[in-house]
Design a binder for this molecule. Structure first.
Ligand SMILES: Cc1cc2nc3c(=O)[nH]c(=O)nc-3n(C[C@H](O)[C@H](O)[C@H](O)COP(=O)(O)OP(=O)(O)OC[C@H]3O[C@@H](n4cnc5c(N)ncnc54)[C@H](O)[C@@H]3O)c2cc1C
Length: 442
């Protein structure tokens, strides 16, 4: 069985890595070290913990098997929504009124925390807040959009329901029934962001190591001991921030998520008139289909979009025809669509589409389960872990800690998830066919 950590250890060439922001080039851990906080995983989560913990005065060591940002953090779509995957009423139903509201507030504040870190540490990562568009491909999705807009407008937030005509203007396509725009959402170069967090942590005194896989974790005389191929770290607190790339370092943790390979593509720079016609306000967008659908325009005229391909196993060819055909049906003005870059990364799926923090032992926490909402949320949950190291008990976390739950039938989850993805694709296709029949005649 192919595990995410077995992918090529070099970061793929993406629209982000092409952007001339240099890798950190950090040396592997050698020898024996002590720390207050040791972190496994150098994505946004791990680097946020490192930065916040070192700023709080802790001695911090971070171990990354490949390079900083090598996991989902350096490969994602770079949308920064001010919310979790769940609607506010679902969060309140699950956590109760007070705890649910804290969680909703924290998720809403998360992009502001990201903006604050970027400003404070001078991180050059193209962060902007033009809003995020969520388009509806069914009447049911339109009704759900209207409910979301009612909820946030009642609280005075800058959101707006877009009818078909208004959505067509903002998207540059009359494909969808309508949409809503949340003006609190943003977009980012996530690789530059995670590298910036790492640089800020190093500047504040943290030791970060690339090419350093943690191979063993054990309790040793009241501390945790992490072993690596060329060294070891003894630490009071250990935080596992390995998400979809979780291996067998801690027994059973890998079985709490199913890593699903997701695909990203970037077109060649589009002709000037075409580029100006697509998402002219600069907002990234997603739609209400079940499969990954993010689209954003870059300032160099490249269109970035999610697409399809095999969800498991070693990286193979994407499903080119289906991916391109979808884009061309939404934006007929594209004509021939030529792809400059494509790459894949793993998302951690779990049963409840939520992030989880697990207290695995005294001072030992794991944080994982991103499900496609991680740029801002990994940043704020990372800050929670740093607070834990400074004395805040886990029970006071905004995201209440939970017991690790092994995914039912985990050893055969892949065929089951593949079947589920196939079913989602079929339902999407049926609904999209209905949608296309409603499209105004050209
Ligand atoms: C294609 C794609 C699109 C996405 N789009 C968005 C989006 O638009 N907006 C959004 O908010 N979120 C998005 N996400 C989700 C987001 O990228 C993740 O939630 C987030 O990056 C998770 O960060 P992380 O630090 O928890 O994990 P990761 O960034 O995955 O980092 C985990 C790291 O752990 C390291 N590691 C694992 N095991 C070990 C070990 N034993 N020793 C040392 N190191 C180890 C790995 O090498 C890896 O670098 C997307 C994800 C994907 C895959």
């Amino acid at each position: 069985m192919h595990l995410p950590l077995q992918d090529d250890s070099r970061l793929p060439h993406t629209t982000y890595s092409a952007d001339a922001r240099t890798p950190l080039g950090l040396s592997p851990l050698r020898g024996s070290h002590r720390a207050d906080v040791a972190i496994v995983g150098g994505g946004i989560a791990g680097c946020s913990v490192a930065l916040h913990a070192v700023e709080a005065g802790a001695r911090v060591i971070l171990l990354e098997a490949n390079e900083i940002g090598w996991g989902a953090s350096g490969r994602n779509a770079g949308h920064v929504p001010p919310a979790t995957k769940h609607d506010p009423d679902e969060i309140v139903a699950r956590y109760g009124a007070a705890a649910g509201q804290r969680l909703i507030d924290a998720a809403e504040q998360a992009p502001i925390v990201v903006a604050g870190l970027i400003a404070r540490h001078g991180i050059d990562c193209d962060y902007s807040v033009p809003g995020i568009i969520m388009a509806a491909h069914t009447e049911a999705a339109m009704r759900a959009n209207a409910r979301r807009v009612d909820y946030w407008q009642a609280r005075g937030r800058p959101v707006e329901l877009l009818d078909r005509r208004k959505a067509a203007e903002m998207i540059g396509s009359d494909y969808y029934l309508g949409a809503w725009i949340d003006r609190r959402g943003g977009k980012i170069n996530p690789l530059a962001y995670v590298r910036g967090l790492a640089r800020a942590a190093i500047k504040a005194g943290a030791s970060l190591h690339e090419g350093t896989r943690a191979t063993r974790l054990e309790r040793d005389g009241g501390r945790w001991k992490l072993k690596t191929p060329m060294g070891q770290v003894g630490a009071e607190h250990v935080f596992l921030c390995t998400n979809a790339y979780t291996d067998d370092l801690w027994p059973g943790l890998r079985a709490t998520v199913v890593p699903v390979r997701a695909y990203q593509f970037t077109s060649r720079p589009l002709r000037d008139n075409v580029r100006k016609s697509i998402l002219p306000g600069g907002q990234p967008m997603t739609d209400s289909r079940r499969l990954l659908s993010g689209i954003r325009m870059h300032s160099d005229g490249r269109l970035q979009f999610g697409g399809q391909g095999p969800a498991f196993g070693p990286q193979g060819e994407p499903h080119w025809r289906a991916t391109h055909a979808r884009l061309q049906r939404i934006f007929p003005q594209l004509g021939e669509l030529e792809t400059d870059y494509w790459w894949t990364g793993f998302m951690a799926m779990n049963g409840d589409n939520s992030w989880h923090i697990h207290e695995l032992g005294p001072g030992l926490l794991a944080m994982l389960g991103c499900n496609g909402r991680g740029v801002a949320l990994a940043t704020i949950w990372g800050r929670e872990l740093a607070r834990y190291a400074a004395g805040t008990p886990a029970r006071d976390f905004v995201l209440p800690p939970s017991q690790p739950t092994r995914i039912w039938l985990h050893p055969v989850a892949r065929p089951l998830v593949s079947a589920l993805i196939g079913y989602y694709a079929l339902r999407d296709a049926i609904e999209v066919r209905r949608l296309e029949r409603t499209r105004p005649a050209a």
